[in-house]
Design a protein around this ligand. Structure first.
Ligand SMILES: *[C@@H]1O[C@H](CO)[C@@H](O)[C@H](O)[C@H]1NC(C)=O
Ligand SMILES: *[C@@H]1O[C@H](CO)[C@@H](O)[C@H](O)[C@H]1NC(C)=O
Ligand SMILES: *[C@@H]1O[C@H](CO)[C@@H](O)[C@H](O)[C@H]1NC(C)=O
Length: 703
């Protein structure tokens, strides 16, 4: 009914409608009609709408089925005439607007809703008479339904230039992207195998870096960037009351990536624990869930967690860590998801796991945690405070000072030393903290001296306490003497012999850990060992050889057995001439000088024999013994000689022990000179050539 009512009025009124309302609204109410072409069969509902109250009178329905004669020429050139019910109606063609007798082009481009050229911002509308066209930009194609639409370059290989293995992603804004899949490297247009993603070609402690055509392995320990930001510290926490500048709290690591080492004054690490929000100079601190590696031979992957509103580990992502020689860490960091996220740091060291003695407390000094004496130490009298506890053991002497008392007395415990300046104390922590010296009860050990009066050996040394030290010089040293007295017998003397030349030590593997020592003595009492680095004997000397076992408990069932002992001219006991001394515990019966006072009955063994010399100018002697421990609870350990039967201790686990060389002093030789007569001179020049080398002796005449 909306169609121009005047048109209906003017044209149709006289012909088809008979409308009389003389009494009412004659001038205003204009009857209108609507023509329904090809109405469907059924009930029709007529509803009317208006914006004021109105009354509606339905004048009737008329069925029209009269033939008409309609000609397009009665209409505008761009309108068509349709015949119906005996009349012709001119209607403008699509794309034109008007009443049929006059039709004007509609400019579809003026109205965004009638054209769809620019739906994706990809085209423009061009009006034509009666229609419009879309000018689509290059990656777009025209589609009558949707206008300028994206062309899916990925759907057709010929439309893109991705590598055949690449992943092609189409974008609606007229473009696409090529990306190499995992295992490949390249820009997507060209992809090649990525060796770094095929196993670990660089091992677990190097980083594999791929480049076009090859790859390289780099050690992140030598290619890192130092981050030196004090604000990263976990101890940097926001303090509202302190008037802190707000912008200090917006540090952001967005975009950070690569290998980094954190340093402050000292090396730092990313904390392994959750850090409260508004710490480390940022609102959202990043920590690491997992432990740092303890060895420097591996790069480990860890999860970086951020303390965001919804928990300690929101936005987790991967980082990698490596421990470098020197004990610091380098991290392969990734950019956090946004601002304000930043990596936190704390000292590599902290006091957890540091066990101090009760008179100490742990403090971090210079970045390193250490045990320091508590301040409230009570002093006694001076002499007691600095008096050491001395424990005299056979193998070693222990001298202990109470560290905190000595320090409180004003002495510098880091510079405390024995007579030999290089013998420094070790710090021992038990019920208190101690500075402990370990020295051996042997002449020369740590500058100490020993003195043997025949029945007692006294070892003495001195501890020097300095009250001033700057690490280079020390001053005001207080000497404190101490000594240990030992009864003089073979065992003590052997253990106090300082020379490794005459003492060989081997360990017998067993349930108990024994040490077997062999040494050479000067006397038949086996009390005085040779301590020089070389032993020179004359041909009338007797070799006294003692072997002892230490480390056995009093209840041990073991005794020492010297099974086979022999001498050779070279250190290698397995080749060359060999002189048997003991065979299967029994002495060589051809040598009456051999005496075996102790073997297979205790934890000591002794034998002696007269010095001899190998034939052929070989002047060195090495003594070798196969010794072992024999269990008296299940074996006969002492052998009766000559051996009538195979000793029952054949299964004894024997060890080889060797001492030497022992030199024999050259006998005094007489020198004969034939003086030829003649000549005027009566002078004789005697040149003596001496050498300890057997080759020298052999190859040169000696006079
Ligand atoms: C009718 O439309 C055609 C295009 O369809 C146009 O070329 C022509 O000028 C129009 N005629 C008039 C009288 O507007
Ligand atoms: C840290 O990682 C462990 C093991 O992956 C996980 O069980 C734990 O919940 C994580 N901690 C936090 C705070 O997310
Ligand atoms: C010390 O380190 C441990 C282990 O990483 C950690 O649990 C603890 O919170 C740290 N303590 C301090 C004071 O940083």
């Amino acid at each position: 009914f909306e169609k121009n009512p005047y048109y209906y009025y003017n044209y149709y009124y006289y012909y088809y409608y008979y409308y009389y309302d003389y009494n009412y609204h004659y001038d205003h109410a204009i009857p209108i009609s609507h023509l329904v072409k090809s109405p469907a069969a059924g009930s029709w509902i007529l509803s009317a709408q208006g914006n004021t109250s109105l009354s509606l009178q339905i004048l009737g329905f008329t069925e029209l089925d009269k033939p008409g004669n309609c000609s397009d020429s009665d209409c505008h050139p761009n309108a068509t005439c349709s015949e119906f019910g005996g009349y012709g109606e001119c209607t403008c063609k699509e794309g034109f607007t008007g009443d049929g007798t006059s039709c004007n082009d509609i400019d579809e481009c003026q109205n965004d809703y009638t054209h769809n050229c620019n739906t994706y911002g990809a085209g423009s509308c061009v009006n034509t008479i009666g229609s419009f066209t879309c000018n689509c930009s290059s990656e777009y194609g025209y589609n009558a339904e949707f206008g300028c639409v994206d062309i899916d370059e990925c759907a057709d290989r010929s439309l893109n230039n991705c590598d055949p293995v690449a992943i092609c992603t189409n974008y609606y804004y007229g473009s696409y992207e090529c990306a190499c899949p995992y295992g490949y490297y390249g820009d997507g247009r060209h992809c090649e195998i990525n060796e770094c993603q095929q196993g670990t070609p660089c091992g677990s402690n190097k980083e594999c870096i791929k480049s076009i055509g090859s790859y390289s392995c780099t050690d992140p320990c030598s290619t890192y960037t130092v981050l030196n930001d004090p604000w990263r510290s976990t101890s940097n926490t926001y303090n509202y009351n302190y008037g802190d500048y707000w912008y200090n709290w917006y540090h952001c690591d967005y975009g950070l990536s690569g290998w980094f080492r954190f340093k402050g004054e000292y090396d730092q690490q990313i904390p392994e624990h959750c850090v409260p929000r508004s710490s480390c100079g940022t609102t959202t601190p990043i920590w690491m869930n997992g432990s740092h590696p303890t060895g420097s031979d591996v790069i480990v992957d860890r999860t970086a967690c951020s303390n965001y509103y919804d928990g300690c580990c929101t936005h987790p992502f991967n980082i990698s860590v490596k421990m470098c020689p020197g004990g610091f860490y380098v991290y392969k960091l990734q950019s956090p998801p946004s601002c304000n996220f930043a990596y936190c740091t704390e000292s590599i060291y902290n006091c957890s796991g540091v066990h101090c003695a009760p008179d100490e407390e742990c403090r971090i000094v210079g970045g390193v945690p250490g045990c320091y004496c508590k301040s409230g130490i009570q002093l006694g009298n001076l002499e007691d405070d600095i008096k050491p506890q001395v424990t005299c053991g056979l193998g070693n002497i222990e001298v202990r000072f109470r560290k905190c008392l000595v320090e409180k007395r004003g002495y510098n415990t880091s510079s405390i030393h024995l007579r030999d300046y290089s013998c420094r104390g070790i710090i021992e922590r038990s019920d208190k903290s101690y500075i402990t010296f370990i020295t051996r009860p042997a002449d020369g050990s740590c500058g100490g001296s020993s003195w043997n009066d025949g029945s007692v050996i006294r070892y003495t040394n001195t501890v020097y306490l300095a009250s001033y030290s700057d690490g280079v010089v020390i001053r005001y040293e207080l000497p404190i003497n101490f000594h240990c007295d030992y009864p003089s017998d073979m065992e003590i003397n052997l253990l106090t012999a300082i020379s490794t030349y005459v003492v060989s030590v081997i360990n017998v593997i067993g349930t108990e850990n024994f040490t077997i020592t062999m040494g050479l003595f000067q006397d038949s009492g086996y009390t005085t060992p040779y301590t020089a680095s070389q032993v020179w004997l004359n041909s009338s000397s007797i070799l006294y050889v003692g072997v002892i076992v230490t480390g056995a408990t009093a209840s041990s069932p073991f005794v020492l057995v010297m099974k086979n002992c022999y001498a050779t001219p070279t250190p290698d006991g397995s080749s060359g001439p060999r002189y048997e001394i003991l065979t299967n515990q029994c002495p060589n019966k051809n040598d009456p000088t051999i005496s075996v006072p102790e073997n297979g009955v205790s934890l000591k063994g002794r034998f002696s024999l007269q010095v001899f010399k190998f034939l052929g100018g070989l002047d060195k002697i090495y003594l070798h013994c196969q010794v072992g421990l024999c269990d008296t609870s299940n074996s006969y350990c002492a052998s009766s000689c000559p051996a009538m039967r195979t000793a029952s201790n054949d299964n004894t686990n024997v060890k080889n022990i060797t001492i030497g060389p022992i030199y024999q002093k050259a006998a005094v030789s007489s020198v004969g000179v034939n003086l030829s007569s003649g000549g005027g001179k009566r002078e004789i020049k005697v040149t003596l050539l001496a050498s300890r080398s057997e080759h020298a002796w052999k190859s040169r005449p000696h006079m």
